[in-house]
Write a protein that binds this ligand. Structure first.
Ligand code: CA2
Length: 145
């Protein structure tokens, strides 16, 4: 059994509470429950975290170096700004999947660039919160091969 980290950036604690037309009706707690169920079905476990603080996300990526067989990350707005998160992920040796609930490419131009995509092994955008479950399935496939 491997541990997979699922990390979420700023404001994602508001999921399901505001802007359902963009981000859907599921809360982050529901996303966590879905991720846990899918990971357990596939014989793995998850650590699921959210923070509004960039340094905390960086600290979790550092902890993942020792503990996690893969990282799924929705860095939220830090996707478009954080070289520090990119640097932390570049020091991580296992699979990384970047997830966005909305289709960032259909939105404002400033959301079209992602620092994290320079490191990610795969990127999922616009599939709603289901993207998290698909990312877990993909990490599990990569762990088998
Ligand atoms: O589509 C995504 O998952 C994003 O990562 C979400 C970020 C946004 O800055 C990215 O460009 C795309 C925003 C997360 C804020 O989440 C909220 C959820 C509900 C209500 C308000 C904010």
């Amino acid at each position: 059994m491997s541990l997979i980290y699922v990390l979420n950036g700023p404001n994602l604690n508001l999921l399901g509470k505001r802007q359902p037309e963009v981000y859907g009706h599921e809360t982050l707690a529901m996303v966590e429950a879905d991720c846990r169920r899918v990971a357990e079905e596939l014989g793995h476990s998850i650590r699921f975290e959210q923070s509004n603080r960039e340094y905390e996300i960086i600290d979790w990526i550092h902890a993942a170096r020792e503990e996690a067989a893969g990282i799924i990350i929705n860095p939220a707005a830090l996707t478009h700004t954080s070289i520090a998160i990119l640097d932390a992920l570049n020091a991580y040796d296992h699979p990384v999947i970047e997830v966005h609930i909305s289709n960032v490419h259909k939105r404002e131009a400033f959301r079209h660039h992602s620092y994290v995509s320079l490191r990610a092994d795969g990127v999922i955008a616009g599939l709603g919160t289901e993207g998290y479950q698909l990312a877990i399935r993909r990490i599990c496939t990569l762990l088998k091969s």
